[in-house]
Design a protein around this ligand. Structure first.
Ligand code: PLP
Length: 406
């Protein structure tokens, strides 16, 4: 981002940034930092500066950078078999499918390449099921939700993201999150599915309430509406349980995963119960790359590490530690309105735009992110140590006074 005045020496990064601006579609306001290497929660730029990564590639690198299990799995896959198409079966895909279906209790999986593609596939499955049952194809989504950037995903997302891209796919309606009356008002035979993130990520780290999800589940059962959870950001151990749904004891009909599933190797997954997915016939959906042996090998390495009880317990413990430390900051600084989150998916809501704070933290070698204008989003690698959490919170603490009351 050009307004960033880095006090670090970043000559090589700046040169690359300039070239990037000439060639890359100008859709991201990129930071003028080019990274070269990562290990654990540390990143190094091309000029040799070291950073603490509290963003993890937006909740992707849950096992940090260059995790040995993932590196080994990916290297082995690259030596043996990168791709064969979904006309054939591979050990890696079957291995990941068995793990995800048995851990989630959802019997079918389809592998995609990204979050937004998983969302699109999930919408297709839900609509096919609805149409087979004589219902319309309307998809209800939540205000402040985010499901990706393809057309159906933006149709379900913030109206702001749709501007300039019409005509939008039809049949999407947003309602307020955690508001069961708003959902009740929408119920009709036209509704195929309701989709939500159990913990909203881009929307500012907003956690669904258990009562809301319970009522939603009951209403979906009563009206044969498909309940879809988007766990693309909050799934795969991020909240201290393998899936965020496990905090609430609510089973969706469809659940999407992506981001951390491959720890940086692109992969997405749509999990569905057999009742709903049985609506799908041969030829209804497809992908060339989705679920190839390389991506699935990475997925297995991630799953086998993250799904261990002790690993998840540590995420919970470190999440509590981080939130306690942040709560201490809240007691000290009036500009912090709220600390939200579950596990290591944490938002600090300020009374000012969080972006400038993020920039200042970056100058001090800490990578975080601002979302929903005022929220500092912390989604560090799940392997972060308590010492690294201390450092992160210290940097936040020393940076806040530069913004308070501004
Ligand atoms: N759903 C949620 C909850 C997300 O947070 C994201 C990405 O931030 C997506 C979907 C889209 O994923 P992708 O960027 O891989 O398409």
């Amino acid at each position: 981002m050009s307004e960033l005045q880095l006090s670090l020496k970043t000559d090589k990064s700046q040169a690359l940034h300039q070239k990037d601006q000439q060639t890359y579609l100008p859709t991201f306001r990129r930071m003028p930092i080019a990274f070269k290497k990562g290990e654990g929660c540390k990143l190094w730029d091309v000029d040799g500066n070291e950073y603490l990564d509290a963003l993890a590639g937006i909740a992707v690198n849950s096992l940090g950078h260059a995790h040995p299990a993932v590196t080994k799995a990916v290297s082995k896959a690259a030596e043996n078999l990168l791709h064969v198409s979904n006309f054939f079966v591979t050990e890696a895909q079957v291995g990941l499918a068995e793990r995800l279906t048995s851990a989630s209790g959802l019997e079918h999986v389809f592998f995609a390449n990204s979050g937004t593609e998983s969302f699109e596939g999930a919408v297709k499955i839900a609509r096919k099921f609805a149409h087979k049952n004589g219902r319309g194809g309307k998809i209800i989504s939540m205000k402040n939700s985010f499901h990706g950037r393809t057309l159906a995903a933006i149709a379900a997302g913030k109206p702001k993201m749709q501007v300039g891209f019409g005509p939008m796919p039809e049949g999407f309606k947003q309602i307020p999150f955690n508001d069961i009356e708003a959902f009740k008002n929408e119920i009709s035979d036209e509704v195929a599915a309701v989709v939500l993130e159990p913990v909203q990520g881009e929307g500012g780290i907003n956690v669904a309430t258990k009562a809301y999800l319970e009522e939603l589940r009951a209403l979906c059962d009563e009206h044969n509406i498909v309940l879809m959870f988007d766990e693309i950001q909050c799934g795969m151990g991020r909240t201290g349980k393998l899936f965020a749904k496990d905090h609430f004891g609510i089973q969706p009909d469809i659940m999407t995963l992506a981001k951390a599933l491959g720890n940086g190797v692109p992969i997405g997954a749509i999990l569905s119960n057999r009742r709903v997915s049985s609506a799908i016939d041969f030829g209804d959906h497809g992908t060339t790359f989705g679920g190839n042996p390389l991506a699935c090998a990475a997925g297995i390495a991630v799953f086998d590490t993250v799904s261990r009880k002790e690993f998840l317990e540590e995420v919970t413990e470190k999440g509590i530690y981080l939130r306690e430390k942040l709560s201490a900051l809240k007691a000290k600084f009036d500009c912090i309105k709220e600390i939200r989150g579950l596990g290591l998916m944490v938002g600090v809501d300020f009374d000012f735009e969080a972006k400038s704070l993020v920039m200042k933290m970056l100058e001090k070698g800490v990578i975080a992110n601002a979302t929903a204008d005022t929220v500092l989003r912390l989604v560090p690698p799940l392997i972060i140590s308590k010492e690294e959490i201390d450092h992160l919170v210290n940097v936040i603490e020393e940076t806040i006074p530069e913004f308070q009351n501004k």
